[in-house]
Design a protein around this ligand. Structure first.
Ligand code: UT7
Length: 334
C-alpha cells in the first residue's frame, strides 16, 4: 500500500503585510458630542486620542480587499497562488455569504478555500494559527489572513462604555512555506463563563420576534475584561514565549492587542521586557479595532522603523468570548 505523502519538517512564515486605515479621523471631541465624557478622560483611561471610522458602505469586505491587495504586493505572491483566504471579523453584517469568499473573488484569486473566523478581538491570532498549521500540514501553500472590523456600525453612538474605544480598519498577511520556523506554536483558549463581558444587546432571533425592539448593539463590561486581561494575559504571554523557546529579553518587539494602553503597560511590565524593546502603541491614533488591531499595530511598528522585517515579535490578542491567542513570529515585509 502506498504511503500518504508526509509534510514533516515543513514550516511557515509571514511573507508580507498590508493594512487599510479608513480616511475619516474621528477625534475624542467628536465622540463626546454624543456621550457624557471628555477628551481628557478618554486619553487617560484608554490611551486613545483619535480613531478612524469608515464610510458605511466601505464595510468589512471593502476594507479586507484593500488590505489584502497590499499584503499580496508586499509578499510578492500573485493572487492566483493564494489557495486559502481567512477573514477574522465580528462585524461582517451580512450573515451569508461569508466575507472571505467575496474578498477572494474581488482579489482575482482562483477559487481558493474561503471562510470567516469569529473569535472577537483574538480573531486575527486565531486565524493566523489556523493558517500556519494549514501550511505546515501541506493543505495550503499560500494563505491570505485578514482581520477586519467596522465597529462604528455596531457600537451605539450614545453608549459611553463602548463608543470611545472601538473603531474601524483592516490588516492582512500572507502566510507561506518556510524551511525555518518563523511562526511559533500558538497558545490559545477561552473562558465562556465570561461570555457576557462583551456581548450583543439582543440576538437576531429575539430582535426579529419582538415588536419595537431596539436593534442589536455591542456592549462591554469594561472592568471585568480589564481585570481578566491584566491578570490572565500576562500568564498567557509567558506561555507563548515558553512554547516558542524564546526569552522575553530576546524579543525585538511586543505586539499586544490594542485594547487599552494601560493593559499594554501592565502586560509589558509583567513580561520584564528589555527597556528598549518596542511595544506597539497604535491605539493612540487608531482606537481598538478588535480583530484588525494586531496587523495594524505590526504595520505601525514597521512603518515607523521601531521594528524591522525579520524581527522576533510576540503577538497576543484577547477579547470577546472571552478568548485569547498568541504566537511568536518573525515580522513580515510591508
Ligand atoms: O478589545 C476587547 C477587549 N476589551 C478590553 O480589553 C477593554 C478593557 N477595559 C477597558 O479598557 C476599561 O475598562 C475602559 C477603558 C473601557 C473603562 O475604563 P475604566 O477605568 O475601567 O472605567 P470604569 O468602567 O471603571 O469607570 C470609572 C468611572 C466610573 O465613574 P465612578 O463610578 O468612578 O464615578 C464610570 O461611570 O468612569 C466613569 N465612566 C466614564 N466617564 C467618562 C465610564 N465610562 C466613561 C466615559 N467617560 N466614557
Amino acid at each position: 500500500m502506498g504511503a500518504i505523502s508526509t509534510t514533516q519538517g515543513r514550516q511557515s512564515k509571514l511573507l508580507g503585510l498590508g493594512v487599510h486605515r479608513p480616511e475619516r479621523v474621528v477625534t475624542n471631541d467628536e465622540i463626546c458630542e454624543f456621550i457624557d465624557s471628555s477628551d481628557e478622560w478618554i486619553q487617560t483611561r484608554s490611551g486613545i486620542k483619535n480613531r478612524r471610522f469608515t464610510e458605511p458602505r466601505q464595510n468589512v469586505v471593502y476594507m479586507s480587499i484593500e488590505a489584502g491587495k497590499k499584503a499580496l504586493e508586499a509578499s510578492g505572491v500573485a493572487a492566483d497562488q493564494i489557495d486559502t483566504v481567512i477573514v477574522a471579523t465580528s462585524t461582517h453584517l451580512e450573515q451569508t455569504p461569508q466575507a472571505a469568499a467575496k474578498v477572494a473573488h474581488a482579489l482575482g484569486t482562483n477559487g481558493p478555500a474561503a471562510f470567516d473566523i469569529g473569535a472577537g478581538c483574538a480573531g486575527f491570532c486565531y486565524a493566523l494559527t489556523v493558517a500556519s498549521d494549514l501550511v505546515k500540514a501541506g493543505t495550503a501553500k499560500y494563505v491570505l489572513v485578514i482581520g477586519a472590523e467596522q465597529l462604528s456600525e455596531t457600537t451605539d453612538p450614545y453608549d459611553r462604555t463602548t463608543r470611545f474605544i472601538f473603531a474601524d480598519g483592516a490588516g492582512a498577511v500572507v502566510v507561506g512555506q518556510s524551511d525555518e520556523t518563523e511562526i511559533g506554536p500558538a497558545v490559545w483558549g477561552s473562558d465562556g463563563s465570561q461570555a457576557d463581558a462583551i456581548y450583543q444587546t439582543i440576538d437576531w432571533y429575539d430582535y426579529i420576534k419582538t415588536e419595537g425592539a431596539e436593534r442589536p448593539w455591542i456592549r462591554m463590561n469594561g472592568i471585568s475584561v480589564f481585570r481578566w486581561a491584566a491578570f490572565e494575559m500576562g500568564k498567557a504571554a509567558q506561555k507563548v514565549l515558553d512554547v516558542a523557546g524564546i526569552k522575553a529579553d530576546e524579543l525585538h518587539a511586543f505586539v499586544p492587542h490594542q485594547a487599552n494602553s494601560r493593559i499594554t503597560e501592565l502586560l509589558a511590565k509583567s513580561l520584564n521586557l528589555n527597556e528598549e524593546t518596542p511595544v506597539a502603541n497604535d491605539i493612540a491614533e487608531t482606537g481598538n479595532t478588535s480583530a484588525a488591531s494586531i496587523p495594524l499595530a505590526m504595520e505601525e511598528l514597521l512603518r515607523t522603523g521601531k521594528a524591522k522585517p525579520g524581527d522576533t515579535a510576540l503577538l497576543l490578542a484577547f477579547g470577546a468570548g472571552l478568548s485569547y491567542a498568541g504566537q511568536v513570529v518573525r515580522l513580515p515585509k510591508l
